[in-house]
Write a new protein. Structure first.
Length: 271
């Protein structure tokens, strides 16, 4: 595989995989801005094969794997020839409705992946009810970067949920997309979101363990709704087995919308 240096390389490779495809399949849906960030930081690599394009993104000590293939038969054939899947720790995922993913799941399992966890998407449609902001909740500042990173890394599974790089946190802070609460000069909680137009997604919502009795999480969510009052559709991803988190989101009006994300890992990742 070779480093990707320009957006055009990605688009060209995808189009070549699509050419003449009868049953095109992919798990590669990056937004252009995020894709450019991966390229700028030297994280994205690619390999074009017969009827398929593969992309690998470096994430610390493991890789995220993405594919575009003319059909599932070509996908299985070409994956099997990728040497990196046998020697490097790799994670991949499949997003869609449960009933449509079974065949691709079988293909990936046959070439050495196993299921690690499953996320489900939850959505809230329409404007939230009238909410009251909290004066103790503010937008994060540049000096908060490391504390935000530490709380996210301590609260979420680095394999099961795509944790942000430090530069992504810095960018989100600059864009005023991370809300924080502090207590006794410590970061007590955060809500990291991405809003584009009338849609907003919660990426991470976390409260440090010793501050969980102070209703910090509720204050963050209410303030989030207050500041995003033009949003018409709110979404988020949550571990399908985390009943506690699911119930909390349901309390704020979120409900499952049927979309799931199967996270798979290869044999080099042991947990």
């Amino acid at each position: 595989m070779s480093p990707i240096q320009k957006l055009g390389q990605v688009f060209d490779a995808v189009q070549k995989a699509k050419a003449g495809a009868t049953a095109f399949c992919t798990n590669f849906f990056p937004v252009e801005l995020k894709l450019q960030g991966w390229i700028d930081h030297g994280e994205l690599f690619g390999e074009l094969r017969n009827g398929a394009a593969f992309f690998f993104r470096k994430d610390g000590d493991f890789w995220h794997y993405y594919f575009c293939a003319a059909d599932a038969v070509i996908l299985q054939r070409e994956i099997a020839a990728l040497p990196g899947l046998k020697t490097e720790p790799v994670i991949t995922d499949l997003v869609g409705n449960e009933s449509t993913l079974n065949h691709l799941l079988s293909v990936l399992e046959r070439v050495g992946f196993r299921q690690y966890t499953r996320l489900q998407r939850m959505a809230r449609i329409g404007r939230p009810e009238s909410t009251t902001g909290c004066s103790q909740i503010v937008f994060a500042e540049k000096a908060d970067c490391r504390a935000v990173m530490d709380l996210i890394e301590n609260s979420f599974d680095r394999y099961g949920e795509q944790l942000p790089m430090l530069y992504e946190i810095e960018s989100a802070i600059e864009s005023r997309q991370i809300l924080v609460a502090s207590h006794d000069d410590e970061l007590a909680g955060l809500l990291f979101f991405e809003t584009q137009g009338f849609a907003s997604v919660v990426r991470f919502w976390a409260v440090a363990e010793k501050f969980r009795a102070l209703k910090v999480g509720s204050a963050l969510m209410q303030h989030y709704f207050k500041t995003q009052n033009s949003v018409r559709r709110f979404t988020l991803w949550v571990n399908a087995k985390n009943e506690n988190a699911i119930q909390k989101y349901q309390h704020y009006g979120y409900a499952s919308d049927g979309l799931v994300d199967h996270i798979l890992v290869n044999e080099m990742i042991r947990t």
